[in-house]
Design a protein around this ligand. Structure first.
Ligand code: FES
Ligand SMILES: [Fe+2]
Length: 424
């Protein structure tokens, strides 16, 4: 046996994994709008969020009639640093009022732009005289999600706009498919190892089929080894799986990371029994780093319309709850509240990805041919980090000004994830 004694303990690749202010990957991710909450979560109470290692508070200043929703729709969301500029109390305990948010401790009132406009314990006029401002970031809403932009003000991009959202036959809706967790109930690990899982189709066969029993129904639960290719695309990295399904049809399944951190996963319950062309994902999921060792995901659902209304039978294509032919739950392993023994007997994404350490150490890995998707994504990430450091705009960064032909909004970005089923 090779002794473990005295071996070096290399550090993680902080250039690719760390996300705080001033870190290489953190600066790259700060060039894009990142979703941090559902629109519906910003109510008449402040909403505390942590993203890219920064603590922030979201709120909607009330109208003068005391409502957070007015006749024209909800008031716009503001995003400020979490700790009060007076003596640091968290503004999650503040009161949302007309004109802003009032800190619970000494009653300073901050408006939507962070200006301190009233100080309850000071003589009138003090706030105006001192001109104190709380820093914050731009916040916008799209498709039921609240996005914030944490990057340099002069490089603010357009909001994300992909072909899978820009469809006349869908209604966009924000969702947390896995609660406070990321895809498949992963949370306590670095964002990169979680995102790499999106372009790791081999783990579907090993972890989710051979090791833990068939945790997926449909074509993804087959035990045979399919034909898999990995490739970079114009917008990111994807894998393409070809396989024959039970009735002899051929399934072509493509899953893509839209750079830098969007997972486009087509329907995981596809059986392949019915022929279809380019059935695109209904779920657009952002893998959002909370900090270096925690990750979450927020999803924009493109809910199909039936007779002009959202289809009541719609089910998200990446809903991990999978039932067998008799309605039995065949993927119980995805729940985060299992016993230790059950997790050992039927490990799932949480065990596999969090088990790579809080931050996976690339220097200790032995990458092989089935890790090609991981390699392609890391290479792309490295190249785009370099681009930002050179002063260039990274992949999929589009100016907020946009082309004039689309009224300021860029043309929808063509994406490359889908299920296609053809006769064998
Ligand atoms: S700490 Fe916020 S008003 Fe004093
Ligand atoms: Fe998985």
């Amino acid at each position: 046996m090779r002794s473990a004694y005295g071996l070096p303990a290399p550090a993680e690749d902080d250039r690719l994994t760390h996300v705080g202010p001033g870190t290489p990957a953190g600066e790259l991710l700060r060039r894009y709008w990142q979703p941090v909450a559902l629109s519906a979560e910003v109510t008449d109470l402040p909403r505390r969020v942590r993203v890219l290692g920064e603590d922030l508070v979201l709120f909607r200043p009330l109208t003068l009639t005391g409502q957070s929703v007015n006749a024209g729709g909800p008031a716009p969301v503001s995003c400020l640093q979490l700790h009060c500029p007076h003596r640091g109390t968290s503004l999650e305990w503040a009161r949302v009022e007309a004109g802003g948010i009032r800190c619970c401790y000494h009653g300073w009132l901050l408006d939507g732009d962070g200006r301190v406009t009233d100080m309850l314990c000071e003589p009138p006029g003090t706030a105006e005289r001192l001109g104190i401002e709380q820093p914050g970031y731009p916040a916008r809403e799209l498709g039921g999600l609240v996005f914030v932009y944490l990057g340099p003000p002069e490089r603010e991009p357009a909001l994300p706009w992909f072909d899978v959202m820009a469809r006349p036959d869908v209604e966009l809706r924000g969702a947390r498919l896995w609660g406070e967790y990321a895809i498949g109930y992963v949370r306590d690990c670095n964002w990169l190892q979680h995102l790499e899982n999106v372009v790791d189709p081999w783990h579907l066969i090993a972890l989710h089929t051979h090791i833990s029993g068939a945790q997926f129904g449909g074509a993804m639960g087959q035990r045979d080894l399919p034909d898999i290719t990995m490739e970079t695309t114009d917008v990111g990295v994807r894998y393409v799986v070809h396989r024959e399904v039970a009735n002899g049809n051929r399934l072509r399944r493509c899953t893509e990371i839209v750079f830098p951190n969007v997972a486009l996963i087509p329907n995981i319950h596809e059986t392949g029994e019915v022929c279809k062309e380019r059935d695109k994902p209904t779920d657009i999921s952002w893998v959002v780093p909370i900090d270096d060792t925690h990750v979450t995901a927020l999803t924009m659902l493109a809910v199909p319309l039936v007779d002009g209304r959202p289809d009541p039978a719609f089910r998200p294509g990446t809903d991990t709850e999978t039932r067998g032919p008799d309605g039995e739950l065949i993927r119980p392993g995805f729940r985060p509240d299992r016993t230790y023994e059950d997790r050992q007997r039927r490990p799932d994404d949480m065990e596999a990805q969090e088990g790579q350490r809080p931050i996976a150490v690339h220097a200790l890995e032995n990458l092989v041919s089935s890790d090609r998707g991981v390699l392609l994504y890391r290479r792309q990430l490295r190249q785009q980090i370099d681009a930002v450091e050179r002063g260039d705009d990274p992949l999929n960064w589009f100016s907020a000004a946009g082309p004039s032909s689309s009224g300021g909004r860029p043309e929808p970005l063509p994406t490359n994830a889908y299920n296609t089923v053809r006769p064998g």
